[in-house]
Design a protein. Structure first.
Length: 284
C-alpha cells in the first residue's frame, strides 16, 4: 500500500487475520438512486458504491457489512455498516475524503473505531422503520419520491387500533414475502405507532428484526383499514392466519425509510436522531 494521509502510518498491521481495526459508518441514502443496498451484478447498489469508493480511497479491498438490507427504492437515514482494515484511519480526513467521491444519493454521516466484537447486523438490539404516506388530495413535489400518495382520506384512528394488535412477540408469516429462503418468522414488535400532521402520515415500527417486505405489507394492510375496507380487527385476523394471501398488498417502496438501528452500551454507535426520540425508549 502506498503512503496515504488517511492512515496512521505507525499503526499498520502485516495482515488482517485476527489483527485488524474495525470501523463503523453511519450512512444515509435515497432509494431511487440504487437497486437496493446489497451488491448485485451489473447494477448500482449502496454496497457497490461504498466499497468502490473505499477501495479507491484506501487502495485496499474492503467489504462492508450492513445492519439490515433495504430493497430498491427504499431510503435510509441512519444505516450502520462496519468493515475491517489492517491499518488505523485518520478519521477526520477519511470522512471528508470519502464523502467527496460518493454520489449525490449517498452520504456518510459518521465514522468511528469500534470494538472488534461489534457486528453491525448481529449486535443490533432493534431496528426502526418508518413508512410515510402523503394523504393530501394532490401530489407533492417535495414528497413525491419519499412517500406513498393516497389521495383518499384515511382513518388514522382505525389504523392505530389495528397496529396495536402487532405489539409483542408474534409469528409474522402473514406479513412476509412468500418463498423467501430465510426460515425466520417470529419477531418482537416493541412499538407500532401512527401519527399525522398536515396530511402526512408516518407509520413507525420498531422491532428486534423484520422479515422480507414485512413493513411494506403491514403498511399495505393498514391502508386498506384506513380506507375502511376492513375494520381494525382485521389486522388480528391477518396476524393469526399466518397466510400471506390474507394480508393487504405490498405498499410502494418509495414510502419506506430505514430510520436507525440500536445497540447496547458496549457497542454504542454515535448517531444523531431527532425524529420522535421517545419511540426509542420503548425498544430498550
Amino acid at each position: 500500500m502506498r503512503e496515504n494521509t488517511l492512515t496512521i502510518e505507525n499503526n499498520k498491521l502485516e495482515s488482517e487475520g485476527s489483527n485488524f481495526f474495525r470501523y463503523s459508518l453511519i450512512v444515509e441514502y435515497v432509494g431511487w438512486g440504487f437497486f437496493g443496498s446489497q451488491r448485485q451484478p451489473n447494477v448500482k447498489t449502496v454496497q457497490s458504491e461504498l466499497e468502490n469508493a473505499l477501495k479507491k480511497l484506501l487502495q485496499y479491498d474492503v467489504k462492508v457489512i450492513f445492519s439490515g438490507r433495504t430493497d430498491k427504492g427504499v431510503h435510509a437515514k441512519n444505516q450502520v455498516v462496519h468493515f475491517n482494515v489492517p491499518f488505523e484511519l485518520n478519521l477526520n480526513r477519511f470522512l471528508y475524503s470519502l464523502n467527496s467521491i460518493l454520489s449525490e444519493h449517498l452520504s456518510v454521516k459518521n465514522v468511528q473505531k469500534v470494538d472488534k466484537t461489534f457486528h453491525s447486523q448481529l449486535s443490533a438490539k432493534y431496528r426502526w422503520y418508518r413508512y410515510t404516506i402523503n394523504n393530501q388530495p394532490q401530489r407533492s413535489v417535495w414528497l413525491d419520491k419519499t412517500s406513498c400518495h393516497i389521495y383518499e382520506k384515511l382513518n388514522v384512528e382505525s389504523m392505530q387500533k389495528a397496529l396495536n394488535y402487532l405489539i409483542g412477540e408474534h409469528d409474522f408469516t402473514s406479513f412476509k414475502k412468500v418463498n423467501t429462503p430465510n426460515p425466520v418468522k417470529e419477531c418482537v414488535m416493541y412499538n407500532a405507532e401512527i401519527s399525522e400532521k398536515s396530511g402526512v402520515i408516518n407509520i413507525d415500527l420498531i422491532a428486534n428484526r423484520f422479515l422480507y417486505n414485512m413493513v411494506r405489507i403491514i403498511a399495505g394492510t393498514l391502508i386498506e383499514i384506513g380506507k375502511e375496507i376492513y375494520p381494525p380487527e382485521h389486522m388480528l385476523k391477518v396476524l393469526e392466519a399466518k397466510d400471506r394471501t390474507i394480508a393487504g398488498p405490498t405498499a410502494e417502496a418509495c414510502g419506506l425509510t430505514f430510520m436507525m438501528v440500536g445497540y447496547d452500551e458496549k457497542h454504542n454507535v454515535n448517531m444523531e436522531i431527532n425524529d420522535n426520540e421517545n419511540l426509542l425508549s420503548k425498544a430498550s
